[in-house]
Design a protein around this ligand. Structure first.
Ligand SMILES: [Zn+2]
Length: 434
């Protein structure tokens, strides 16, 4: 759908006909009337004749499909905008090509600017390895540069960016010459983002929301939090989205809630839930999704950030405060921790109260029949990303590399979720996928 920008257009009555109007109110609708910016009627061609003379304008849809505006249920708005306005490595076909892109982008910016990039994936490169720090220092002309991997769970950086983070070498996930993960990664990301000016940030947010609108997306769920963004970023986005035309932004803040005071503070930020990327684990691409049995291509089971007791405490406190709770959970062990924790909360508060709070789980990729049944039982919404499966699924995709073909085949069981009665919310996790 297009957005009308001329103010007088909002007061016109328009009949659209000859299309395919997707509406649960009338599955065979081909026409609709829009009055003062609202849909006043949906129906069939024959009935549309009655409106044809009384409207300001008749638009022939020529068979086009008309749907309600889409909702993207998992978005990182500022990061998406920074990716749109920053260095995009998702098209780089090799390490050499990526370094050339870094060189060109760096040359176009003043020496003291913090540079941000995105989208590298060594799985697509013949070299099969990320750039070394020395290579990045050279290519960036010694500028501070933050380059997260495509899944944004690890990053390569320059020495100049490390210099902005005192004590970085003592943090978990720091490697002298390999992508940074865990605490070290979060610290460099925070330092890079802290160096962005409010004007740069607002420009990025506008770019992201304009892109969403151009794709027919009328609502985005912003998944913010202290580890992946910051309070200023979150509140400035909600303020900007409220003040300017464009998609509606629904805010989630990923911070653990221990009592009514935390819940109140999160509401005051403007969030409707303490959910989104509240990390129970990481990602499959970075070997940080938490598994029951080891990776096929690494001798460990990933990283768990929250156990079932922590999940139970968060869900209990949120439910008591009437706040939606949620988690980021990808691996089977992470999803078991989530459902076990929610079971404990339901035992304490009663199943009906937990269901009524409509808690949600992001990604939920490595589900089992048991965890699917638990999702249905607890009334959880699965906030899923079909584009992940398109990008990394399949017999020889990244999921099969990480997990072996047999386990990889069981990922993202959307049909099984629907059959079990679990609502699916679709999202892009942009900028992870477009
Ligand atoms: Zn996310």
């Amino acid at each position: 759908m297009t957005e009308s920008t001329a103010p007088q257009a909002e007061h016109r009555t328009v009949l659209l006909r000859g299309g395919e109007v997707h509406s649960p109110a009338d599955p065979f609708a081909t026409a609709m009337v829009v009055e003062r910016g609202h849909i006043a009627w949906v129906g069939s061609e024959g009935a549309a004749d009655a409106f044809a003379t009384g409207v300001d304008e008749v638009i022939d849809l020529e068979g086009a499909l008309v749907t309600p505006a889409f909702t993207d249920a998992h978005v990182h708005t500022t990061a998406t905008g920074l990716a749109l306005t920053g260095l995009d490595l998702s098209g780089a076909r090799s390490l050499t090509e990526a370094l050339d892109l870094v060189r060109a982008h760096s040359a176009a910016h003043p020496a003291d600017t913090v540079l941000l990039g995105h989208g590298w994936d060594t799985a697509r490169w013949p070299e099969q390895r990320p750039p070394s720090r020395a290579q990045l220092d050279e290519a960036s002309g010694s500028r501070p540069l933050y380059l997260p991997r495509v899944d944004v769970h690890s990053a390569v950086v320059t020495t100049a960016l490390l210099d902005l983070v005192p004590g970085i070498t003592d943090l978990a996930g720091y490697h002298p010459d390999a992508p940074l993960t865990a605490a070290a990664h979060h610290a460099v990301r925070a330092a890079a983002h802290a160096a962005i000016t409010p004007a740069q940030r607002a420009a990025a947010q506008r770019a992201a929301l304009a892109r969403a609108a151009s794709l027919g997306i009328g609502t985005v769920h912003e998944c913010a939090g202290p580890e992946i963004s910051d309070e200023d970023d979150f509140t400035s986005l909600l303020e900007l989205a409220g003040a300017e035309p464009g998609p509606r932004v629904v805010g989630y803040w990923a911070e653990r809630v221990e009592g009514a005071k935390d819940a109140r503070r999160i509401r005051e930020l403007g969030a409707i839930g303490a959910a989104g990327d509240l990390f129970v684990d990481g990602s499959l691409g970075s070997h940080t999704a938490c598994l029951h049995t080891p990776y096929a291509d690494a001798a460990h089971t990933g990283t768990g950030h929250l156990d079932s007791a922590a999940v139970a405490a968060h869900v209990t406190a949120c439910t008591e405060a009437g706040l939606q709770a949620g988690f980021h959970a990808i691996g089977d062990a992470a999803l078991t921790a989530v459902t076990d924790g929610i079971r404990t909360a339901a035992d304490t508060l009663g199943l009906a109260r937990v269901r009524a709070a409509r808690h949600r789980v992001e990604h939920a990729e490595m589900l089992t029949p048991e965890t699917i049944a638990a999702f249905a039982e607890f009334g959880l919404t699965a906030s899923v990303q079909p584009a992940f499966d398109a990008a990394w699924g399949g017999g020889d995709g990244m999921y099969a590399q990480r997990l072996g073909a047999e386990r990889a085949r069981t990922l993202n069981p959307y049909a099984a979720l629907l059959r079990a009665g679990v609502p699916l919310a679709f999202g892009s996790d942009s900028p992870v996928t477009p």
